[in-house]
Structure formats: structure tokens, C-alpha cells
Design a binder for this molecule. Sequence first.
Ligand code: RFL
Ligand code: PHB
Length: 391
Amino acid sequence: MKTQVAIIGAGPSGLLLSQLLHRRGIASVVLEKRSRAHVMGRIRAGVLEQGMVDLLREAGVAARLEREALIHEGIDIAFAGRRRRIDLAGLTGGAHVTIYGQTEVTKDLFEARDAMEGIVIDEAEAVTPQGVDTAAPFVTFTKDGRTHCVECDFVAGCDGYHGVSRTVIPPAMLKVFERVYPLGWLGLLSETPPIADELIYVSHERGFALCSLRSPTRSRYYLQCRTDEDVTQWPDDRFWAELKRRLPEDVAGHLVMGPAIEKSVAPLRSVVAEPLRHGRLFLAGDAAHIVPPTGAKGLNLAASDIHYLSQGLIAYYQNGDEAGLTGYSQRALRRIWKAERFSWWMTNLLHTFPDDDGFTRGIRRAELDYLVNSKAAMTVLAENYVGLPYE
Ligand code: RFL
Ligand code: PHB
């Protein structure tokens, strides 16, 4: 098989890249390890920045989003038994975020790839990028017991945190920065109306909680838990009771409980790999960086990476201009580190940590109190939350 760009991973990064390239006449083959049903069944992020929505529109996959998504112009921060609203739109000159599940984004992308007869090969085993530091890279994989080879000009490593792409870069050429938090999030999805119209981020002495949603009839809740928390120890009743204890009283009474459709634990970590390019291999999305979910930045960073990378590839194929590809890593990393900083900051602000002492708790209380009473501080939060510009 021969193509222009071999894309490893059919998550949002890989599918979006292949779709954007196709619309500019650039061929790609997407190789995905898992089955399509598995990829589409994953429950992950739900808050999209405007930059990502614009990119989905540019990719021609925003029609359903435009019909079904919810626009949010604020979020609530709750602590000490009270809720305070951060007026995202008012503080940023009208910006908002869009509520639309990653599951739906992925579904729309798969449908668009199918409609354009894009090649997405799922259940591809032993996917291995090779010769990426030569002029003729290729990717080998096995499917149904047979070995295949995709010859290409470039390889895009969009295969997430546990993917193979990052591992083919010699360790001496790659720096990996990491912060592991001693916390996890226990998430629950339910077919129940959300507790409120907007998201509520809760700082509580028993641990952080988040009330989010996917639609007017579908809720997503999270509880701070241990990294090694066993989901089976959390029957629905226990989850709901713990959530109620962490919510301010005025809102707890509005909680509508129901059976969980999905429940899972995710550990919190921050990771950045540098650089994002090795020869003809480019890393994008979770393959290159991880953020703790507190700032809702993981999926949005994947989108900005793909914006920069697709621009670089399009300029290369249309005009032979390599500047975008040469500058990709540096350009993307500037935005990545800012989202890393914001996610790290929000995580520290809103969670409790096992080694917290009285001083740390006092500082955190003061920072929350300052935040919701200072327009300057709320503006800093708001402009990061809605998403920094694609520079
Ligand atoms: P993805 O979505 O992980 O997709 C990578 C794809 O690559 C495949 N793959 C391989 N394919 C071929 N060969 C290999 N060797 C391969 N290894 C892996 C995988 O099967 C997969 O299909 O990365 P992408 O596209 O960069 O997208 C990034 C986002 O998915 C991610 O940033 C966010 O979902 C992060 N994230 C969350 N972000 C939020 O903003 N809010 C959330 O609530 C939230 N929850 C989550 C999350 C990430 C999670 N992971 C990765 C553990 C919950 C979880 C469980
Ligand atoms: C979600 O709805 O899954 C969600 C929302 C906001 C976050 C993290 C996750 O910060």
C-alpha cells in the first residue's frame, strides 16, 4: 500500500487529521489497533473550545454538532458550601464553550471518513513505524494474520498515551516531563437530567467533585478518588451518596439519580514530550502530552496540534513549503505548555491532596476566595477555560 501520510490511531486526532487532509486532496491511511466499536464506545471529554469547533467545521463534520450541541457561557465554582458563577462570556468579550461529547465527535468523524471513502483500518496489530529518519518511511502491521506495509512520505503518531509512535523515537532525542498526582477521577454517566444547566466544579474537604453533562437528558459526574480505586467498590448508591455530600445544599436537592451507563476510574497526570518531530514522524494529541482533566483541555489540545500539523502538511503538498512542518513542534508546544499550566493550576486549586497540611488548606481557601471576588483573577480563569487563541 502507498499513501502520502500514514496516520497511527483513529481517535479524534487521527481521524480529524485524515479528514482535513482529504479535503485538500492529500491521501492518508489510518491504522487503528482496536475495533471501531471499541473506539466509538469510549466515554471521555465533553467540553469543546471554539477553536476546536471551528476546526470541525473546516473539516466538514460539524452539522450534527450545530444541531445538538449546547452552548455554555459560564461555569460554577463551589466551595465552603456556596456556589459562585464565573461569567465566561462576560469576562472574555463573548466567548463560550460547547458541550458535545468526544464520543459524538468520533462518530461524526468516522461517518465523514466513510462517506469520503477514506481508508481507516481497525484491528490492525503490531503497527510499527519504520525508517522515519530516512526519506522513505513505512509502517508495517498485521491484520487477519497477514503482514502489510504502508509506504508513505510522513507518519503522524496520533496513537494516544500508550501508543507505539513515541517509543520509536530514540530516548536520547526525546525529553519527557511528567507530574503524577496521587489522585484519580471516578466518572459516572447516567441517563438523567443534569443537576444544573452549567458545569459545577466543587472543592470540598472530602475531595473534588464535578457535575457535567452531555445533553439535557444525560449527565456526567466525577468524584475525586484514589488512583487505585476499585470501581466495583462503588455501586451506584454509594456514588450518588458521596456526590451529594460534596455538593452545596442548595444544589444537592436538585440531583436526579439513576442507573449508571458507564463508570470508570482515570488517574491524573501531566506529561509533555519534546520535540514533537523526529525525522518524518510527527506526534500529536495524547501521544505527545497528557493533562489532568480538570481544565477540560485534553481533547482541545489534540485539536490545536492537528490544526498546526495539517497546516504544515497542506503547505508542504500545495507549495513545497516546509516551514510549517519545521516549525510544528515549537508552535504546538507553546500552546501545549500553557494548557498544561492551566490544568495543573486548576487541579491544585480544586483537589485535596494526601499530604495537605493546615497551611496548604489555608492558602487554597484564600485563593478560591480571592478568585471569585476578583474580576482580574476570574478573567485569567475564563480566558484559559474558553481556550487560548491558535497562534
Ligand atoms: P486517543 O483518543 O487516545 O486515540 C488514540 C488512538 O490510538 C489507538 N492506538 C493505536 N493504534 C494503532 N497502533 C497502536 N500501537 C496504538 N496504540 C493506541 C487507540 O486505540 C486510540 O483509538 O488520543 P487522541 O486522538 O490524541 O485524543 C485525545 C483525547 O482522547 C484525550 O485527550 C481526552 O479524551 C483526554 N481525556 C479527557 N479529556 C478531557 O478534556 N475531559 C475528560 O473528561 C477526559 N476524560 C480522557 C478522559 C482520557 C482518558 N484516557 C486516555 C485514559 C478519560 C480517559 C479514560
Ligand atoms: C466531562 O464532561 O467529561 C468533563 C467536563 C469538564 C472537565 C472534565 C470532564 O473539566
